[in-house]
Design a protein around this ligand. Structure first.
Ligand SMILES: [Zn+2]
Length: 381
């Protein structure tokens, strides 16, 4: 939707609310109603529910290989909105099981696809959300995961051997959910993650690789699951993360890149885990995410004016939840655990534990003075 169309829609909405209030049709103040309408919840629900209906669309075809992750993002979006009971968990679990490879305990990205670490985590997360973890042999799945751990502690994604810190996260998260964390060498996994931390405090995909918001989430979450957060410089990392806030209010994943809604999950979760979520400007980020909504057809895009997709719809909603903004907008929601990426009540019922650093008082003054550009320092508390 174009900016012009959005402005026109906002104007007609305001007009409608004011007329209704004037005529006594509604008793609530127009301003209150407007703020509640800022998050287009019912449109977003409709968007998710209709995702599967157009199986000949371009988007459907090009994302065929990651269908399992798509289902995870869709279900998780409904969970954030507190609408977890509005989908048929039995049917979802039955479909997820069609992606399960019984010979090695892995999951592929779609029915009939080879197993991969990324989809094995999505499969396990989905079964957990559907209350159907007992559908699989947890020991066999944990053996698939542990079999991909390399001599240096890293993990490959599949038999082809690509190594990435994302896979370390998938491995620990998956085995933790299955109650089989002891199947992998956790201290060695931690050692590898620490070798991926850069001088700027961030983390890359492998040792020496550039820091990136997505990789920061995976590495920090691994350290949280392994109770090893004390081994990093949280102030330096926190500063790198909050420097990712752009003039638009949105966050980027690396310096000099455009802001993108998905970093409202990757970067914010890392900030939350290390107790420094308040180092970014909440109001500006909230506004940015809201501007990325398609208030006509539902869904959230990566940036304002772009086409909405399920991935950014989940991460944008989860970001608003983490910021406490859904509360302020009057939208009831279910918080998502920043480490396990599952609804918090589910994490509690599975008995999953992770470390979280105490909330830091403020930005370390020496660091702020040393490296903050004036425009960004102004956004700090
Ligand atoms: Zn994105």
């Amino acid at each position: 939707m174009s900016c012009k169309m959005r402005r026109e829609l906002e104007a007609s909405r305001l007009d409608l609310v004011q007329k209704s209030a004037a005529s006594g049709e509604i008793s609530v103040k127009a301003s209150e109603l407007l703020s509640r309408m800022d998050f287009a919840l019912s449109k977003h629900k409709k968007y998710i529910q209709q995702l599967d209906s157009n199986q000949s669309s371009f988007e459907y075809v090009v994302t065929e290989h990651l269908r399992l992750s798509g289902v995870y993002w869709a279900m998780s979006a409904l969970e954030v909105w507190g609408a977890g009971d509005e989908y048929d968990k039995g049917a979802v679990a039955d479909w997820v099981m069609q992606c399960y490879n019984d010979d090695d305990g892995s999951f592929g990205g779609n029915v009939g696809h080879d197993g991969h670490m990324l989809y094995t985590l999505s499969g396990v997360q989905l079964l957990a959300m559907c209350g159907r973890l007992d559908n699989i042999n947890g020991a066999k799945t944990a053996a698939f995961v542990s079999g991909l751990q390399q001599a240096d502690g890293s993990f490959a994604g599949d038999e082809w051997g690509e190594v990435d810190t994302r896979f370390s996260y998938c491995a620990l998260c998956c085995c933790s959910i299955l109650g089989k964390a002891d199947a992998i060498d956790v201290p060695l996994a931690v050692q590898f993650i620490l070798s991926c931390q850069n001088f700027d405090g961030g983390f890359g995909a492998c040792p020496g690789a550039e820091s990136h918001g997505g990789q920061v989430f995976t590495c920090v979450a691994v350290l949280a699951m392994a109770q090893a957060l004390d081994q990093i410089d949280a102030d330096r990392l926190g500063w790198w993360l909050c420097e990712r806030q752009c003039d638009s209010g949105g966050l980027n994943g690396r310096p000099e890149k455009q802001s993108d809604v998905c970093y409202s999950w990757w970067n914010l979760t890392a900030l939350q885990i290390i107790g420094r979520l308040h180092w970014i400007n909440t109001k500006k980020l909230t506004q940015f995410i809201l501007e990325c909504q398609d208030v006509e057809d539902g869904g959230i895009a990566d940036r304002p004016g772009n086409v909405a997709d399920v991935y950014h719809t989940f991460f944008g909603s989860a970001g608003l939840s983490l910021l406490g903004s859904l509360d302020k907008l009057g939208v009831s929601h279910c918080p998502i655990d920043p480490v396990f990426a599952l609804p918090k009540p589910l994490v509690a019922s599975l008995g999953l534990q992770s470390q979280q650093l105490a909330v830091a008082a403020s930005v370390a003054p020496t660091q702020a003075a040393a490296s903050a550009p004036a425009s960004q320092a102004a956004t700090q508390p």
